[in-house]
Design a protein around this ligand. Structure first.
Ligand code: GRF
Length: 214
């Protein structure tokens, strides 16, 4: 009997240009070991470039701006309900710039993953690249982690360093970090989809891929 694992359903949440979404879409297209499908792309911003990328591929989109709701609780509830309607197994925060609380996360325990452009726990928060440059660090990078109730805090799935150059601007450093995210995020999401991540409190251990599976 082949060890058949059905394709995992991914929801991807974006606030910006969506280059990480594009990397995920490419990976699901070309990597036979990444048996997943992006079933919905959601955003808190009507103008998020990631929405356009989804529409071009005929992927359903959800637009849920905070300003359309009375308060954050109502907004988060609407976002959760609209995303849940697509029955995702895994939710990927790919440049999603709003904080999600336990009310949202409870729908996908240990199945919400985020990419952050610094080596956590350094430089949590919305402008990690600017904070790293302002601090004068010589090395920064990116972190893919499971999302918990604290901002940029959950168990770390993978990290990779990126050197900071003397003449780096916010743009040049962020571009080099994003180039690494584009590789790391799909690898981590594939492993999560394939149940290859063992989570023990803060520690995530990777099990090797089953060579028979694909
Ligand atoms: C990424 O660097 C991500 O880590 C950060 O925002 C950026 C999103 O880029 N939170 P994109 O929208 O995927 O191009």
């Amino acid at each position: 009997m082949p060890n058949f694992v059905p394709a995992r359903r991914l929801a991807v949440l974006v606030s910006g240009g969506g280059t990480n979404l594009a990397a995920l879409l490419t990976a699901t297209d070309v990597d036979p070991g990444f048996d997943a499908e992006v079933v919905v792309v959601a955003s808190d911003r009507r103008d998020a470039g990631g929405l356009e990328r989804a529409r071009e591929r005929g992927i359903p989109t959800v637009v849920c701006p905070l300003g359309d709701y009375d308060d954050r609780v109502a907004w988060e509830e609407a976002l959760r309900r609209d995303v849940e309607a697509y029955r995702p197994d895994v939710v990927v925060l790919a440049g999603f710039m709003k904080i999600l609380t336990a009310r949202f996360l409870a729908a996908w325990p240990q199945r919400v993953v985020n990419t952050h452009p610094s080596l956590l726990p350094a430089f949590r928060g919305a402008d990690a690249v600017g904070s790293a440059l302002a601090h004068g660090v010589k090395v920064s990078g990116c972190t893919v982690h499971l999302v918990d109730e604290e901002v940029d805090h959950g168990p770390i799935v993978a990290q990779e360093a990126v050197r900071v150059l003397d003449d780096d601007t916010h743009g040049t450093l962020h571009e080099r970090i994003k180039a690494v995210e584009h590789r790391l995020l799909p690898q981590c999401v594939a492993a999560l989809c394939d149940d290859r991540l063992e989570v023990d409190d803060r520690h995530v251990r990777w099990r090797p891929a089953d060579p028979e599976a694909s």
